[in-house]
Design a binder for this molecule. Structure first.
Ligand code: KIV
Length: 262
């Protein structure tokens, strides 16, 4: 899967599936599924490292997790997030982060927002690195936004997100994530842009969808936003398996003879 395949999907009206992935074991499983694209999201700071926001993701974390995912899923398009502030420094510092993520094996990088990022995006694209944009609820700006809230609700905010989407396309982004925006805005942007939009909490009209793996597997029990569909009761099923193992151990039922060496 390449960025050209994603463009072809949009042209042919075929939907794109993307899912976050942060580790080798899940990457191996995903590699043998129909999922199109894996995102090593900076959400790993929350999901894998227990931080309250994505702001604690570091370039070292992103590189380590990206390398693990790429090893497990060689057939997938892997996009690596540029972490908070890593692309808001000097051009050479920004490019050093891009270099580290791509040398870890990601085929593309993702960054949040348009303001102040346009020249950097053009430089990445001119240097041969595909860039995925991200608008709407941009979690790296959580303190500026005042919380995890739907964005683009009023006309002025809608117009701004729409303009930023056009700017990101013009700068050379190959695709755009739209997070937590009203469906009508996502539809308008999707119809206007030539590049595929990937939605999360952005309605059905986006060219594709992305979900956080642990959320869609129901492993994050306390997290149930309106947009999330849980495809597995992960937390309950895993707890059952762990408790069964505990029960078997304490009752002397594990291991049995077949599971022991003579
Ligand atoms: O970091 C992440 O997981 C993301 C997705 C929610 C799009 O950016």
């Amino acid at each position: 899967m390449t960025i050209l395949d994603l463009h072809e999907k949009k042209q042919n009206g075929k939907k794109i599936s993307m899912i976050t992935c942060y580790d080798y074991t899940f990457a191996q499983i995903l590699n043998s599924t129909d999922i199109d694209c894996l995102l090593v999201g900076d959400s790993l700071a929350m999901v894998m490292h227990g931080y309250p926001t994505t702001l604690n993701a570091s370039i070292e974390m992103m590189v380590l997790h990206t390398a693990a995912v790429v090893k497990g899923a060689p057939q997938k398009l892997v996009v690596g997030d540029l972490p908070f502030l890593s692309y808001r420094k000097s051009l050479s510092e920004n490019m050093s982060c891009v270099e580290q993520i791509t040398k870890a094996g990601a085929q593309a990088v993702k960054l949040e927002g348009a303001l102040g990022n346009i020249d950097f995006i053009k430089h990445c694209v001119d240097s041969g690195v595909p860039v995925m944009g991200h608008l709407g609820l941009t979690p790296q700006s959580i303190h500026q936004l005042g919380g995890f809230k739907v964005q683009g609700r009023d006309e002025k905010a809608k117009k701004l997100i729409f303009e930023h989407a056009l700017q990101l396309q013009d700068a050379g982004c190959f695709s755009l994530v739209l997070e937590c925006v009203p469906s009508d805005l996502a539809k308008q942007i999707t119809q206007e842009l030539n590049i595929p939009t990937i939605g999360i909490g952005a309605g059905v009209d986006c060219d594709g969808q992305v979900l956080v793996l642990q959320d869609m597997l129901g492993m994050n029990q306390g997290f149930s936003p309106k947009f999330l569909r849980k495809y597995f009761n992960g937390a309950e099923e895993l707890k059952k398996a762990f408790n069964q193992y505990h029960h078997d151990v304490v009752n002397g039922q594990f291991p049995n003879q077949k599971e022991s060496y003579s």
